[in-house]
Design a protein around this ligand. Structure first.
Ligand code: NAD
Length: 362
């Protein structure tokens, strides 16, 4: 970590992010949800999707690309399902409301599924999984995103990084939260590399000739004009299973767009308003089996995996959600690390919104 990194207290950063959304016209309750999702990302060590993205939302709201007031319309509803139109409001807010409703339906009928259309970027998929797990439920959270992944044997960015994510409650201190994209990496991580102009690892991205690319600044520009593409999970071609990551990404694209009748693939563009779609599912474990038995088995599965034989030179085997849990304990104490570029973002927003009550140590 560079010398210019400053750690900011979690509570101060969370309050600041809330006040930025309020300053941009979001109602207080909605602003709190946005700040909560963003700070959860920072706490979990997902540096790509927390405060790092605040300025992106700020700019988009100011440009009129996101409505700061999230006016949700229920387009269709049944006892176990609903379809929301998010009114092109804040993705975090509509996603919170969608998972909340999915959980409510699951409490009553065993499962609840909510499709969301006409939305915007919802941050970390995992936040909504945790909502379900806290209630002893299995959660599924997915979203489409701007085109950036090339299909197997292609070079054109077509699918978004399309996270396909599941959460399972366990009897451990942390739940099993598999929260990741269907690409090897995602745009936010390349943004993190670009802030320090560090080359990205080979194998994440291909250029217009199908060659591996590593310059994060160039890649971010090229992803925009379609001359570079992220690779799906499994990588280029079929040998290492790239076609499987490609397939999972298409499933996310279909569930995110087709159930809400929204745009897909290359129609998710700025000039067409980025009408993102999401899909949430909550499954109430107690309708199948006692939650304690379920949690004991899922916990046993995780413990057995972690205790299995390690590869030479490896000290630990992890299960999903574990690293983020440990990071949460750490960041809660140390505060959120902010590099120079993020400090400048915060100072700009503070000045422009007149949030002078915040005295940052930078
Ligand atoms: N909103 C969007 O459009 C969008 C798009 C893509 C990704 N995202 C978010 O970006 C974030 C990061 O995504 P990513 O694809 O870079 O994730 P990643 O590659 O960092 O993988 C994270 C997941 O892998 C697990 N994990 C990490 N190391 C492990 C190990 N050794 N063993 C077992 N499990 C391990 C973690 O617990 C976590 O569940 C996620 O929160 C995701 O939701 C959002």
């Amino acid at each position: 970590m560079g010398d210019d990194v400053v750690h900011l207290k979690v509570e101060i950063l969370q309050d600041f992010m809330r006040d930025v959304f309020i300053g941009l016209g979001a109602p207080e309750e909605d602003a709190k949800i946005c700040a909560d999702v963003l700070i959860a990302s920072d706490l979990r060590g997902i540096t790509s999707h927390g405060v790092q993205r605040l300025k992106m939302y700020y700019d988009r709201i100011k440009l009129g690309l996101i409505n700061p007031e999230t006016n949700i319309t229920i387009v269709k509803e049944s006892p176990t399902t609903a379809t929301f139109d998010a009114g092109h409001g804040l993705g975090h807010v509509v996603s919170y409301r969608a998972m909340e409703l999915a959980i409510k339906k699951a409490e009553e009928y065993g499962t609840g599924a909510v499709a969301v259309g006409n939305s915007t970027h919802y941050g970390i998929a995992g936040y909504y999984l945790i909502m379900a797990c806290k209630k002893g439920m299995i959660g599924l959270s997915i979203t489409n995103a701007r085109p950036s992944i090339a299909p197997t044997f292609g070079i054109e960015p077509m699918m978004g990084t399309n996270p396909l994510t599941f959460g399972m409650p366990t009897d451990e201190e942390f739940d099993f939260i598999l929260d990741c994209a269907t690409s090897i990496t995602q745009r936010g991580k390349i943004e993190v590399f670009s802030r320090t102009e560090t080359p990205i690892p080979e194998g994440w991205v291909i250029d217009k000739d199908g060659k591996l690319a590593t310059d994060p600044v160039e890649i971010l520009k090229q992803l925009k004009d379609g001359t570079a593409a992220l690779l799906p999970l499994g990588g280029a071609g079929e040998i290492t299973g790239g076609h499987k990551g490609y397939g999972y990404s298409v499933i996310v694209e279909m569930l995110s767009s087709a159930l809400s009748g929204g745009p897909f693939l290359k129609d998710l563009t700025l000039d067409k308003g980025w009408k993102i779609g999401h899909f949430f599912l909550a499954i109430d474990v107690s309708k199948f089996i006692s939650v304690d038995i379920f949690k004991k088995i899922t916990g046993d599965i995780c413990r057995t995996l972690r205790n299995s034989k390690k590869a030479p030179d490896q000290e630990r085997i992890y299960t999903a959600g574990e690293k983020e849990y440990e990071m949460e304990q750490k960041i809660a104490k140390t505060g959120v690390p902010l590099n120079k570029s993020l400090q400048n973002d915060l100072l700009t927003m503070k000045k422009e919104l007149g949030l002078e009550q915040y005295k940052f140590p930078f």
